[in-house]
Design a protein around this ligand. Structure first.
Ligand SMILES: Nc1ncnc2c1ncn2[C@@H]1O[C@H](COP(=O)(O)OP(=O)(O)OP(=O)(O)O)[C@@H](O)[C@H]1O
Length: 333
């Protein structure tokens, strides 16, 4: 690994549009024009050397397209992407940046060890082949043909290849997809050791626990933009959603639900049974004071608890707010 003062990743007003049919919903339909899909829509982001950053967001949010531009695999329609102050392709060619992508890139007839040796020969300087195999948990699988490897093993092989040039920045697009729980845990243990040694890691994931456990910073992407950026605690604080729960009398559920659904700021009313045979009502809302007062004063509830929503709900809330704001802007245009 080399040292530098430039940010590991610097994205400025990054945009990428595609013509054709996309899986997302952000395209604008012209009367006779082909549909244009805006995958990345003015994204700004700076990642400093040594940071471990998770990209989270719903399907079609623009995560893969952004990572592809960080890797120089696709060019921005406008805006700039730099890695260590230079064009991404140069940083990749120099071995400073490497990636574990979701699919492709492996030759089925080679063995695992042959694959690693072949790719190692492409770099003037590279890590020891056996060491890389060991770090990717592939020591016992060196002689196995790639076509006979499971999806999770092939993903570990891609990881081994990405480690070969000893990159300063490792970009991982859903790196553990297809891995079982043990393989996933081993993978992240290796990554922890690398990150502790100063390597910058940027990864996209759908697993919230992975983002929370491993990343020190979470970048939430929706509609091709960054809609939240911070530690898990900071993101939780940004969400206004609260979960209010309280015990209610047997036979009161219909009336309580009816009253609560009329309270301003209530998103959802649910209930669960208690071990003692009672009922606990669960209210997702933005104004927990009013809901608590209604429950205790008007509805005779007891054992009230107020908490922030789960991390899942926090992300959902932030994403929904961003999507509503984008839809309002789009309508106003
Ligand atoms: N080559 C392409 N041609 C047309 N549209 C594309 C192309 N690549 C991506 N898109 C569209 O751009 C948008 C963003 O896609 P992208 O794959 O970057 O999202 P993502 O956040 O990685 O999604 P996922 O979580 O499902 O992997 C989607 O609407 C997708 O359909």
């Amino acid at each position: 690994m080399t040292t530098t003062t430039a940010p590991a990743v610097e994205l400025r007003d990054l945009r990428k549009t595609f013509r054709g049919t996309g899986k997302g919903t952000r395209g604008r339909q012209g009367s006779r024009e082909a549909r244009t899909v805006t995958a990345v829509d003015g994204l700004d982001l700076t990642i400093e050397p040594g940071e471990v950053v998770a990209f989270l967001g719903p399907n079609g949010a623009g995560k893969t397209t952004t990572l592809d531009m960080i890797l120089g695999l696709t060019s921005p329609t406008s805006g700039t992407a730099r890695t260590y102050g230079e064009e991404p392709r140069r940083a990749v060619a120099a071995g400073r940046v490497s990636a574990v992508l979701q699919s492709g890139g492996l030759l089925p007839d080679l063995t695992v060890r042959e694959t690693v040796r072949l790719v190692a020969a492409l770099f003037p300087r590279h890590e020891d082949v056996d060491d890389v195999l060991a770090r990717a948990g592939l020591t016992g699988l060196g002689g196995r043909r790639v076509s006979k490897c499971s999806g999770g093993e092939q993903q570990r092989l891609r990881f081994a290849l990405a480690l070969l040039p000893s990159p300063d920045l490792l970009v991982l697009d859903e790196p553990t997809s297809g891995m079982d729980v043990t393989a996933r845990r081993d993978f992240w243990a290796t990554m922890h050791a690398d990150a502790d040694a100063g390597r910058t890691v940027v990864f996209a994931t759908h697993y919230l626990e992975e983002a929370e456990d491993f990343a020190r910073r979470i970048v939430l992407v929706a509609g091709g933009r960054v809609v939240a950026d911070g530690t898990t605690a900071e993101l939780r604080a940004q969400a206004t959603g609260r979960l209010v729960s309280a015990q209610i009398g047997a036979g009161e559920l219909a009336r309580v639900t009816d009253v609560l659904q009329r309270v301003a700021g209530v998103d959802d009313v649910d209930h669960t049974g208690t071990p003692a045979g009672g009922i606990r009502v669960l209210v997702r809302c933005t104004d927990s004071d009013t809901v608590a007062r209604t429950l205790m004063t008007d509805l005779g509830a007891c054992e009230l608890e107020i908490s922030r929503g789960s991390l899942d709900q926090t992300f959902l809330e932030i994403t929904e707010q961003a999507e509503q704001a984008a839809a309002t802007t789009e309508t106003a245009r």
